[in-house]
Design a protein around this ligand. Structure first.
Ligand code: LER
Ligand code: MN
Length: 272
């Protein structure tokens, strides 16, 4: 069964970003629960930002799970990159992600590596950047395994990275890393730009997808763009996907409408 989730951004510097809820966890939990979501996904400034006991209480009170935790603030706030050619910088990036892995692990939630994969910026070869990235992911996967959790590798579109852009790139990286607990995050917005055929891309990697960013072609909530969800839903079901469909979308025209549209699309295509 696929469960529904919705994003909450706690990073003021990302207030214009593609997250439905912005600002605080209590309000997000109240609104997500009222809309019928099963879970929230948190984008926080660091792994130490959120008070664990308070979050536990809120999740329990609103019968929500923590679906996943993002790490992109490491890039946004500190310019960290897991493929940084400088070993010291790369170690600092890994340390930052380890703290977020620990935060998620306390709630049974995996950490996402999206923009933290970095990019070559035309300054080095893609092969060498991918080698450094694979080393970082192997180290972080080991840490996540020790905490009994997974790492989610997210392919991004070409305007955000030149490293892992497609599910197939992600499968290749996972093979090089050689860790069982690294899964792919299928973000339908990025896939709509980079995949030749998003549905076929999902069918081509059964068992490898661990999380879905459920969003439309224009990065608005599912239903506000022109994505053809029928075949995508069929592919997810055919490959036995049973993780979260998490709304990582702009709060347009406002958060409430984006959440309502998402849950409607989730019930139509993915629930049950
Ligand atoms: C970034 O574009 C994105 O999709 C996030 O989920 C990754 O940090
Ligand atoms: Mn995403």
């Amino acid at each position: 069964m696929i469960l529904s989730s919705i994003t909450v951004c706690l990073v003021p510097e990302a207030s214009g970003g593609p997250f439905v809820y912005h600002g605080d966890v209590p309000t997000a939990c109240r609104d997500a629960s009222a809309q019928g979501f099963d879970a929230i996904e948190i984008f926080a400034p660091s792994g130490r930002h959120v008070n664990r006991a308070h979050l536990q209480e809120l999740l329990g009170r609103h019968r929500l799970q923590l679906a996943a935790v993002g790490t992109g603030a490491g890039m946004l706030l500190h310019n960290h990159s897991l493929s940084d050619p400088n070993t010291g910088n790369r170690q600092r990036a890994c340390a930052y992600v380890r703290e977020i892995i620990d935060f998620g692990a306390d709630f049974g939630a995996p950490a996402i590596v999206g923009s933290m994969q970095g990019q070559t910026l035309g300054e080095r070869s893609r092969e060498s950047a991918l080698e450094d990235l694979a080393d970082s992911i192997r180290e972080l996967a080991g840490h996540a395994a020790g905490r009994g959790t997974e790492l989610l590798m997210e392919p991004l579109n070409r305007y955000e990275t030149d490293l892992v852009k497609t599910l197939s790139d992600g499968v290749q990286l996972i093979e090089v890393v050689g860790a069982e607990n690294v899964k792919l995050l299928a973000d339908l917005f990025h896939m709509n730009i980079e995949e030749t055929d998003p549905t076929q891309a999902i069918l081509d990697c059964p068992g490898k997808i661990g999380h879905v960013h459920f969003v439309d072609s224009n990065r608005r909530a599912a239903g506000f763009g022109h994505m053809d969800y029928g075949p995508i839903a069929h592919a997810l079901s055919a490959t036995g996907y049973n993780g979260f469909a998490s709304a990582e979308a702009f709060p347009l025209p406002d958060a409430k409408a984006a959440a309502e549209m998402t849950i409607k699309a989730y019930r139509r295509y993915l629930a049950g």
